[in-house]
Design a binder for this molecule. Structure first.
Ligand code: NAD
Ligand code: TDX
Length: 339
């Protein structure tokens, strides 16, 4: 079994590669990543040199490159994590989100169509469903919830999902889609809420909380997400969408206060700043389909998972300090020669 994992130098893709390389020594795992600002090969240090792992630098939206790679590798599966993933950046530069998230996905789908594939898996997001009101805790996103996006990021992810489903219906491509809630855990890029707040609190810098801090996110440990994708690519039904989430809703303010408490830092570091435009209020996943069909059960609850994650950032300061200093981008040159 040969699997091309795209975006494997990013947060979730990197964790997924660790998971697959260690769990399936008999598989060949090819990590295809463009190494944008968010791609960091230091994340892959624990698997470098393993015989079932290989890194290839390239752009999923570069048709010639992708087709040449498929011709050479003849993959059995593709798991597509590669994306522009940060909502705030999509407000400033929507076009790069269209290019990678939409054009990149359709390029991969075309290559899968041309070369044949046992499974194409699209890693999507709960943000395609829009948001839920704060005063209706009884409401959750199911796989039947209509797509109703708010940001350029979520619109690009929803577009990609529609193309994935169209390639299934029109061309019979064997696809699956997972839509997960906010991930947290090791190797999370420090532009996102949790690692940003940890790194800034450790430096006694102010913590920018958007709006009132009452927006709710449904936190999923990245290991539980990787386990879900493993189950879906092996046992999930073709043409189906699976929601992934562990019922761990917290307001942003609760998350920030938990981090401050764990680090023994004062709440006076909190700064309420101008809200994100179009800021989604609440995400909350109903994971019943994944639990009942595939037997998925999350191992982490947020209260213990966040403490372990904070400890990981304390134990791995080099990893995130290299990102903050920009040093991580030299890693490729040092390992593989000048670009
Ligand atoms: P990330 O930003 O940490 O990593 C993205 C990776 O994709 C990087 O390594 C980057 O170099 C690579 N990449 C970007 N453009 C590329 C291109 N054109 N060609 C090849 N590689 C490219 O993202 P993440 O948080 O790990 O998210 C992974 C996937 O999961 C994304 O598709 C995202 O939409 C989805 N998702 C993330 C979350 C979350 O909480 N982080 C939640 C739901 C869904
Ligand atoms: O500085 C900040 N202050 C703040 O209040 C940042 C960076 C965020 N926030 C808020 C905005 C959100 O309500 O925290 C919440 C989480 O923000 P992000 O970490 O940017 O994540 P979010 O916008 O929820 O999107 C994430 O989950 C869904 C991922 O980045 C997406 O890729 C994924 O699809």
């Amino acid at each position: 079994m040969k699997i091309i994992v795209t975006g494997g130098a990013g947060f979730i893709g990197g964790n997924f590669i660790h998971h697959m390389v260690n769990k399936y020594p008999e598989y060949d795992i090819v990590n295809l990543d463009l190494l944008t600002y968010a791609g960091n090969l230091e994340t892959l240090k624990p698997v470098e040199g393993k015989p079932n792992y290989k890194f290839v630098k390239g752009d999923i939206a570069d048709r010639k490159f992708v087709f040449d790679l498929f011709e050479k590798e003849k993959p059995d599966m593709v798991v597509n994590f590669a994306a522009e993933s940060h909502v705030d950046r999509s407000v400033v530069d929507p076009e790069s989100f269209v290019r990678t998230n939409v054009m990149g996905t359709t390029t991969l789908l075309d290559a899968c169509k041309e070369y044949g594939i046992k499974r194409y898996h699209q890693v999507s997001t709960d943000e395609v469903y829009g948001d839920l009101p704060l005063d209706r805790p009884d409401l959750f996103f199911t796989e039947e919830t209509p797509l109703h996006t708010s940001s350029p990021y979520s619109s690009s992810k929803a577009s990609a999902d529609l193309f994935v489903m169209a390639y299934h219906r029109t061309f019979g491509l064997p696809v699956t889609i997972s839509r997960c809630s906010n991930n947290y855990g090791p190797y999370h890029f420090p532009e996102k809420l949790i690692p940003l707040m940890i790194s800034r609190a450790l430096a006694d810098e102010s913590l920018p909380v958007y709006g009132t801090g009452e927006n709710v996110r449904d936190w999923l440990h990245v290991s539980d997400h990787c386990e879900a994708i493993d189950l879906i690519i092996h046992n999930g039904r073709v043409g189906e969408v699976y929601n992934v989430g562990g019922h761990n809703e917290r307001t942003n303010l609760e998350v920030v206060k938990t981090i401050l408490k764990a680090l023994h830092k004062p709440e006076s570091l909190i700064r309420f700043v101008t809200d994100r435009p179009g800021h989604d209020r609440r995400y909350a996943i109903d994971p019943t389909k994944l639990e009942t069909e595939l037997g998925w059960k999350p191992k982490y609850n947020f209260d213990t998972g966040i403490q372990q994650t904070i400890q990981w950032y304390l134990d791995n300061e080099d990893w995130w300090k290299h990102i903050l200093s920009g040093e991580y981008s030299n890693y490729f040159d040092n390992m593989y020669g000048k670009r």
